[in-house]
Design a protein around this ligand. Sequence first.
Ligand code: A3P
Length: 277
Amino acid sequence: MLVNDHFNPRPTDIIVATSPKCGTTWLRALVFSIYNRSSFDFSDHPLSKNNPQELVPFLDGCIQVDGSTSFIDGFPSPRLLSTHLPYSLFPQRMTDDASGCRFVYICRDPKDVLISKWHFANKLRPKDLPPITLDEAFDSFCEGVSHYGPYWDHVLVYWKASLESPKKVLFLKYEDVKKEPGDCVRKVAEFLGVPFSPEEQNDKIVEDIVKLCSFENMSEQDVNKNETRNSKRPISNADFFRKGEVGDWVNHLSPQMAETLDQITEQKLQGTGFSFR
Ligand code: A3P
């Protein structure tokens, strides 16, 4: 396994972890702007010139097939990295409490994840192939056929880790961040060891971060409107911004589909102490 064999973690590494379409782009922006808040002016912020993927690169994608990690090895500490890998695939030298690496995880209602994935998959689909139907996407999702493994398993492995090692894994829900973004920003800052001082609170910096990273602001940045695609880069920056809403599934799933998905979720989460509600 590439990460196990080749990645050299540093105790200061901060890893934004998600299953695809749960808010990776948003969380990257939040973590970047929270952690680096004293280094940049909000009126000329790196997030207005760079897609969050460039600022918080994929750890999984930075390891070359020959095992070379020179790109991330050259990053100054603390490194802000991102991953879709399940927690169980990280080596013990990263998941041990003593290792120092920290993970910030975000999950989302499976019904919204499915709809977001379905739209995204069709955006990336070669034009000469028929679009994936919602029925097809639904069946695959329910069967657990997802990149990086069945969605519920992905969530639960991070959930359990957050209970066992709350200083190592911070577990967030997309819906909570939408509802109370300021609380989430404060929670992340606290977790990362850079809590807001009373002076910062007075300066309304929390609100500035929330606004900077909001869907409304980010999706309006020229860099995030870029739709460039080619054989080397089939995914455009714009593909990561669609609606950014909670509950868009009602516009797509039949009541029967929603009920089936809710039942699967209830079954999978039974006895874990976790709920998407
Ligand atoms: P929708 O397809 O439901 O709109 P990821 O970044 O993990 O690929 O997730 C993409 C989802 O997050 C998309 O959801 C996208 O619109 C939403 N998103 C992107 N930026 C966001 C932001 N700043 N605030 C809230 N949601 C955001």
